[in-house]
Design a protein around this ligand. Structure first.
Ligand code: APR
Ligand code: PHB
Length: 395
């Protein structure tokens, strides 16, 4: 049996796994990335697209920000649309920082290109990934390669970057991890459309018909979302109904109509908050969606994944350079501080903007009051803004 020896085995080539591989590569640490899907699949998978300031800075500082700086859309802030009026939040004025709209799969493409250019391996299309010995000094990962051949990786450390449905977290013995969870009684239907966005900034709309979000990927491509029921399917949403509902929820007193165009991609995503503690078991370190999920309303998912692996890379650098385990031992606690801040912010944005089935007039009045407060009080606006643009690492 072929045995691959490496310092770090990374399971999953999403933003977490790829960014970790990139940071380790820069520090001269050897890593192998195992990915269940094909390169084409992970590069085409449409996900969220707002990068926080610290994420942009890290990508640029580590040499993978060129295309992001050329093609990413730098925005001063966002718009909250309610009472059929736009309320602009200018993050640059409020915090001195901006956000960048750049699709997650574009970050993934840039990171894959950087890794392959540096000669680092990514094994795509692997199957039957099995972990053992995580609580020993010699963890082992067995898998079937794309060629159907069984192989084994023997790393010093395993990074579980395999997302919410991955194999790493379930390997931890029952009772060791504590899980915290909220499910929301709604989902998001998202479309990517070949249609020029009409609004200049990402616009979150609160309406009696439910939540809608108008975002973009480029001056020609719109990314749009609708709150739908948790069990709804795409069959119930022909294109005409999607556009009609988006226009109704995004309506303005002064008049409003989206540019419509061919729908390039569509999907429905459940909304969930989820955290496990600790984010480590023995030699296994969980990062990104493998350890936590946020509802997308705060645009935090990818940013948290990047923040986790920035902490993990630093800890691994110290460990492999000196043998000291202090940063690895502090990994989970350090990440969880940021994770819980983002969990709160995402839950709060979600609660403020969605129509909860069965919500009474009291709840609706509270939501409106909160929306008016964050768009009229500078103190409240700064609080939203500093969370949205991303608190500095280590805050
Ligand atoms: N073996 C190998 N790879 C696996 C396995 C497995 N058993 N199971 C899952 N994977 C891969 C998935 O195919 C995926 O490419 O792990 C990767 C996990 O990537 P993401 O789900 O993108 O998770 P993460 O890197 O943590 O990024 C979080 O992604 O889901 C969004 O909104 C979320 O923006 C956030 C970001
Ligand atoms: C997106 O552009 O896909 C997007 C923007 C803001 C969000 C979520 C998704 O909160």
């Amino acid at each position: 049996m072929e045995v691959i020896r490496t310092q770090v085995a990374i399971v999953g080539a999403g933003p977490a796994g790829l960014m970790l591989a990139h940071l380790l590569q820069r520090s001269g640490i050897d890593a192998v990335v195992l990915e269940a899907r094909s390169r084409q699949y992970v590069e085409q998978r449409v996900r969220a697209g707002v990068l926080e300031h610290p994420t942009v800075q890290l990508l640029c500082d580590t040499g993978v920000g060129d295309r992001l700086q050329r093609e990413g859309l730098q925005h001063r802030g966002i718009c909250l649309r309610f009472d059929r009026v736009d309320h602009h939040l200018d993050f640059v004025a409020l915090t001195g920082r901006s956000i960048t709209v750049y699709g997650q799969q574009e970050v993934v493409k840039d990171l894959i290109a950087a890794r392959l250019a540096a000669g680092g391996p990514i094994l795509f299309d692997v199957g039957n990934v099995r972990l053992s010995g995580l609580d020993t000094d010699e963890p082992v990962i067995a898998f079937t390669g794309r060629d159907g051949v069984e192989r084994v990786v023997r790393p010093a450390v395993v990074a579980g970057c395999d997302g919410f449905h991955g194999v790493c977290r379930p390997q931890v013995p029952g009772g060791y991890l504590q899980a915290f969870e909220r499910e929301y009684p709604f989902a998001w239907l998202g479309i990517l459309a070949k249609a020029a966005p009409v609004q200049a900034e990402v616009t979150y709309a609160y309406s009696d018909r439910g939540f809608a979000l108008a975002s973009m990927r480029s001056p020609e491509i719109s990314r749009l979302y609708l709150q739908v029921g948790p069990d709804e399917t795409l069959d119930a949403w022909p294109d005409g109904r999607i556009w009609e509902e988006l226009n109704a929820r995004l309506a303005l007193d002064q008049g409003f109509a989206l540019n419509e165009g061919p729908v390039l991609e569509r999907s429905i995503t459940a909304m969930r908050s989820f955290v496990v503690e600790p984010m480590r078991y023995g030699r296994l370190f969980l990062a990104g969606d493998a350890a936590h999920i946020v509802p997308p309303t705060g645009a935090k998912g990818m940013n948290l994944a990047v923040a986790d692996v920035a902490v993990l890379a630093e800890a691994l650098e110290r460990y492999f350079a000196t043998g000291a385990t202090d940063l690895l031992d502090g990994y989970s606690e350090r990440c969880l501080r940021r994770v819980w801040r983002a969990e709160h912010f995402s839950w709060w944005m979600t609660s403020m903007l969605h129509l909860t089935p069965g919500a009474d007039a009291f709840e609706r009045r509270l939501q409106l009051s909160q929306l008016r407060y964050v768009t009229s009080s500078e103190a409240a606006a700064i609080s939203l803004a500093e969370n949205y643009v991303g608190l500095p690492y280590g805050a």
